[in-house]
Each structure stands twice: as structure tokens, then as C-alpha cells.
Ligand binder design. Structure first.
Ligand code: ADP
Length: 573
């Protein structure tokens, strides 16, 4: 039976021609070909591996064909799937490669136990500009890692398969191949790569260089260390109070000052409880005021430490810190223990007080003798003697004022100064002081302007000493021939007295300290002028005790105006 009769669906397919060709040429034909046949009534294309072998007679002429065929459809389908999978894998590989190449971290892959650079992305390459890495063994490409811990780590990752993460690790490396080895810091991950057999066959490296960041950190640490050293050397304690909680963060020095043992915590309320009663409210108010008005505060006060140790005299400075919307978040400050200084001051004041007190008795006798002599010399014909006695009286009074000043200082320091309030006429007092000054000062022209007749209720002697001091300074610190004017006026419920001179004036930084105890301006102009720097301090204390104010306006080289004001509310009818 003819082939196409037996299997009619093969008609039109190439088989007949192929068979005829084998018969004609005697050359075998072998391959894989699709053939469509009917299976269960349906046409179906299958692939056959066929072999048409020419059978030849003794003359070598083909006379028949031996045909073997094997259905390889399934095998072929698998191969196609395999190829498709391979293409997909290739695409994935390329994607992964371009991901590695564009990644914002340095990435490289080491292959094999000798760690050959198999992949190097641009950011990794940028860590070693110009150095040839790709395809090279790591020890050849970066020989300086030999003997470094990082080389051991790489080998360990390869041997164990365990991932290693390095944080800010120091790896001394050169950038270029000729460059010097630098101290460089890296954050990195070494991740073992495993093959199909589960064995490590490489290492993936993800790396960021953090040298700049670490260097900044080191600089900060150094600066912090220096600050800590300076703070420790200065024996200053530091404290910070979180305003949302009552918690107080304190340094060991602050802890020691307050008699707390190591690591003992303390709240702000507990700390303020240590402040003695006479100072507590003032300190609390001052801190509150500073926070509300965005100012800094400075307070000195006694505390009784918790450990029962001796009372301590502290100076606390501080200020609040605010967020962008102006809310206060925390207050921080420093604490200095000034107990020893305070004790020294007290001893000095006691000594000054004692000496002044001792000097007062002979001086009072001297004054009495001078007064008696003045009385006896009243009608004496020798005018020189009378005049000399008047001058002696003035000098003795100046000496008394000075000694009273020292006495007042020591009384002030020990809180024993007392105002003796009486009602008196201010104009009369001013005139008295001015007349006394005019008697001993002939170098200056002293003018007096009075705009209101005022009765004052105050300590007459002490207010007199303030005026005398301001007037005396105006004379001392201005050249002969210049004028000094004293004014007294009533402004609202206050009387303001001012003393204006045309003298050396004051620099801005000095005006801020002028009322401090023992402060004197140090300059060539002042070095030959006698003084102790207590006059203005005492004057200010006296005015403050009267609830008044004292201040200065001055232009360096041109002159000064010293003012003080007293509330007239102290006045009685
Ligand atoms: P003293 O005059 O005894 O030194 P004071 O307390 O009265 O002490 O004054 C303190 C310092 O203020 C003075 O040493 C001087 O440097 C400065 N001073 C006071 N008054 C004047 C003034 N009118 N003009 C310039 N400087 C002044």
C-alpha cells in the first residue's frame, strides 16, 4: 500500500519527497521533523526524530529505505521551556547587574577562594579611583589589606558562610595605587554567596565610606573632652532641667556640691528645698522670670546639703532653651561653690569692721577736741588758727565718713545695716553737702539747681553720704576748672538727683561694673587718684535699701551723669 494511502493526512507534507530523494541519491536523511497525524480523530502535530536509511544492492544502488522514527515531542517541549527559562534568567541577570551598577552603595562580588573581583560597581570603584580591580584577586588589587583584620574577616566569611557587618570600621587603605595609605572608615556587609551545591563560592560586599562622618565625630569627641576637662578643672557643676518633668540631670560635681552620693537622682523641688529659707523664694522667682522673659539668671544663695555637711554658698547661672514656636523645653545652667571665697570675704569684712570700730573711738574724741578748739578759737585774733581748725574739722569729718563707709560695708555684708528713717528737707541736706564740699574744693565750679521743695522720709545721714560720694567722685575724676552741676527734680512719685561732671567719663564695659564692690577703673588717668572702690557700691546698697534706683550715663572722655531716684511714697505728711 502506498504511504499516502495508508496515512492520508501526510499528503502535502514533505515526507514523500524526502523518501524519494534518499532512494535517488542513496544518502541517508536524519533529523527531527514535525508531522501532523490524526490521533483519536483529531489532527495533532508531533515531532519525530527520523532516520531514513538507504538499503543498497550489491551494486551500491539503493532499492529500499529503512525508516526508524521516535516521537520526541515531549523532549522538544522541555528543551523549549529550558531555553525560555534561560532567556528569562539572562534578563534577570542583566536587571540585577544594572541594579548593582546603579545602586547607591559600593557593591562588589568576590569569586572563588582567592576572592577575585567578579563585579565592581561604579561606587565601589570610586573608593579606589584609577585602581584596576575587575578580574583581579583582591590581594593583588588591594595588597595593603594583607595582614589587616579585614582580610581575616573576609576569609572567615568565605570559610563559615556567616555574614559579617562592620560599623565605622577602620581600614587603612590607599585611594589610588600610588597613593599613601590613609585611615579610612567604612560601614559594610560581607555576605557569603552560595552555589547550587550550597557551598560558598564567593562574597558579596556592600560598602559605604564614612571617613568624613567619623572624623567629624572624633573632632566632636575631642572638643567634648576638652570642655569636660575645662569644666572639671574649673570645678563647676552643670545641671539641666526638663521642663515637662521635674527631673534634673546633674554632673558629678553638682552632685558633690549638694552632698549627694554617686548616681543619686534628685528632682528640682528637692534641690530647691536645700536652699535656705531666706533665699529660696528669690531664687525660684528669678528662674521663673528668666524662663518667661527669655533672659538668663544669676543668683547667689546658701544651701544646706542633704548629707548634713556644712552650709554652702553657691552661685547659679542659667537660661532656658526654646523650640521653634517659642515654648521653653529645658533650663540648664552652671553652679559654682563659692563657700571658701565667701568665708574669706566674711573674715575680711569682720577684720575691716573691727578695725573701723576701733578707729571710731579715737576719731570721735578727735572730733570733740577739734570742735572744742573751734569754739575756743571763735573770737581769737589769729585767723589762721581758726581757719586751720575749720580745715582740720573737715578732714576729720572725711575720715569719719570713710570709716563709717567701711563699717557700713561690714554691716551690710552681715545684714546688720539699718536705716534710721526721719523726715527732713532735701534741699537743706543738699545745700549742706555742697557747702562742705565747696569749703575744701576750690578747683571746680559747683552749680546747684533745685526744682521742687521736698520733704523726704529717709535715712538723712546715709542719703547725705551718697550725695557727698557722688560729688566727691565728680571732683576726683574731672580736671580742675571744669564745672559740676547738681540737679534735683520730682518726676511722678520719685525724686531724681543727678550729679553731672565734665571729666574722664567711662567706657561702656566699665559702666556695667561701676557699682560692684571694690571695682575701680584701671587706667593711666585713674592710677594716681586715691580710692578703694567702695563708695559707689555702698551708695547703691543704701539707695536699694530705700527702694530707689541708681544709674550712670557716661561718654568716655566727655563726662558722666550719676543719677539716683527715691520713691516719695516713703514720705510722711
Ligand atoms: P573710689 O572713687 O574710692 O575708687 P567709687 O566706688 O566711688 O570708689 O568709684 C568706683 C570707680 O568708679 C572709681 O575708681 C572710678 O574709676 C570710677 N568713677 C566713679 N565716679 C566717676 C566719675 N564721676 N567719672 C569717672 N569715673 C568715675
Amino acid at each position: 500500500m502506498a504511504l499516502e494511502d495508508a496515512v492520508p493526512e501526510l499528503r502535502g507534507q514533505p515526507f514523500k519527497k524526502m523518501l524519494q530523494q534518499v532512494l535517488r541519491t542513496g544518502i541517508d536523511n536524519r533529523g527531527v521533523i514535525p508531522a501532523t497525524t490524526k490521533v483519536d480523530g483529531h489532527l495533532q502535530t508531533s515531532y519525530y526524530e527520523y532516520w531514513y536509511r538507504a538499503i543498497k544492492d550489491s551494486d551500491g544502488q539503493p532499492y529500499a529505505i529503512m525508516h526508524t522514527a521516535k516521537d520526541v515531542t515531549d523532549q522538544l517541549n522541555n528543551k523549549q521551556a529550558l531555553e525560555a527559562a534561560e532567556v528569562a534568567a539572562e534578563i534577570q541577570r542583566e536587571r540585577l547587574y544594572s541594579f548593582f551598577m546603579q545602586a547607591p552603595a559600593g557593591i562588589c562580588i568576590f569569586d572563588g577562594p582567592e576572592l577575585t573581583f567578579e563585579l565592581v560597581n561604579p561606587l565601589y570603584q570610586a573608593l579606589f579611583p584609577g585602581r584596576e580591580l575587575l578580574g583581579k584577586k583582591v590581594l593583588d588589587a588591594i595588597p595593603e589589606i594583607n595582614g589587616q583584620p579585614v582580610w581575616d574577616i573576609l576569609q572567615q566569611v568565605y570559610d563559615t558562610g556567616n555574614t559579617f557587618e562592620g560599623n565605622s570600621l577602620l581600614i587603612p587603605l590607599a585611594r589610588t595605587s600610588e597613593g599613601a595609605v590613609e585611615e579610612r572608615y567604612f560601614n559594610f556587609i560581607y555576605q557569603a554567596r552560595k552555589g547550587f551545591d550550597g557551598k560558598v563560592d564567593g562574597i558579596m560586599v556592600f560598602v559605604f565610606e564614612v571617613t568624613d562622618m567619623v572624623n567629624v565625630q572624633h573632632d566632636l569627641q575631642k572638643a567634648e573632652g576638652l570642655i569636660t576637662l575645662a569644666i572639671e578643672a574649673s570645678e563647676i557643676g552643670i545641671w539641666t532641667k526638663d521642663l515637662l518633668t521635674d527631673r534634673l540631670i546633674i554632673t558629678p560635681r553638682t552632685r558633690a556640691i549638694h552632698g549627694l552620693h554617686d548616681n543619686q537622682e534628685i528632682t528640682l523641688s528637692q534641690a530647691t528645698q536645700m536652699i535656705t529659707d531666706e533665699h529660696r523664694e528669690r531664687v525660684e522667682n528669678s528662674i521663673r522670670y528668666a524662663i518667661e522673659n527669655k533672659e538668663s539668671f544669676m543668683e547667689q544663695y546658701w544651701i544646706q546639703p542633704v548629707d548634713g555637711g556644712k552650709a554652702r554658698w553657691l552661685r547659679s547661672n542659667g537660661k532656658a532653651h526654646y523650640n521653634e514656636s517659642g515654648e521653653a523645653l529645658y533650663v540648664s545652667g552652671t553652679i559654682a561653690d563659692l563657700t571658701e571665697q565667701k568665708e574669706d570675704d566674711n573674715r575680711k569684712n569682720d577684720f575691716i569692721g573691727m578695725v573701723s570700730h576701733e578707729l571710731k573711738t579715737p576719731l570721735t574724741s578727735l572730733n570733740a577736741i577739734i570742735q572744742l578748739a573751734q569754739y575756743k578759737l571763735k573770737d581769737y585774733p589769729d585767723q589762721f588758727l581758726a581757719g586751720a581748725m575749720d580745715k582740720a574739722a573737715i578732714q576729720a569729718k572725711r575720715m569719719s565718713n570713710m570709716i563709717n563707709g567701711f563699717l557700713n560695708i561690714s554691716r551690710l555684708e552681715s545684714g546688720k545695716i539699718q536705716l534710721i528713717l526721719t523726715q527732713f528737707n532735701l534741699e537743706t541736706l543738699l545745700e549742706e553737702v555742697i557747702t562742705e564740699t565747696r569749703l575744701i574744693v576750690s578747683t571746680h565750679q559747683i552749680k546747684f539747681e533745685f526744682t521742687a521743695a521736698l520733704q523726704l522720709y529717709a535715712d538723712r545721714e546715709k542719703i547725705g553720704s551718697v550725695i557727698a560720694n557722688l560729688l566727691g567722685n565728680a571732683v576726683k575724676y574731672s580736671p580742675a576748672g571744669t564745672a559740676i552741676s547738681i540737679k534735683c527734680e520730682k518726676v511722678d512719685q520719685n525724686v531724681i538727683i543727678s550729679v553731672t561732671d565734665e571729666g574722664m567719663g567711662l567706657k561702656k564695659q566699665d559702666t556695667e561694673k561701676i557699682f560692684d564692690r571694690y571695682f575701680r577703673v584701671e587706667s593711666n588717668d585713674t592710677k594716681n587718684i586715691a580710692g578703694f572702690g567702695i563708695g559707689l557700691y555702698l551708695s547703691a546698697e543704701i539707695i536699694h535699701l530705700h527702694q530707689g534706683k541708681i544709674w550712670v550715663e557716661s561718654e568716655f572722655g566727655k563726662g558722666s551723669v550719676f543719677y539716683f531716684s527715691l520713691p516719695l511714697t516713703l514720705q510722711t505728711d
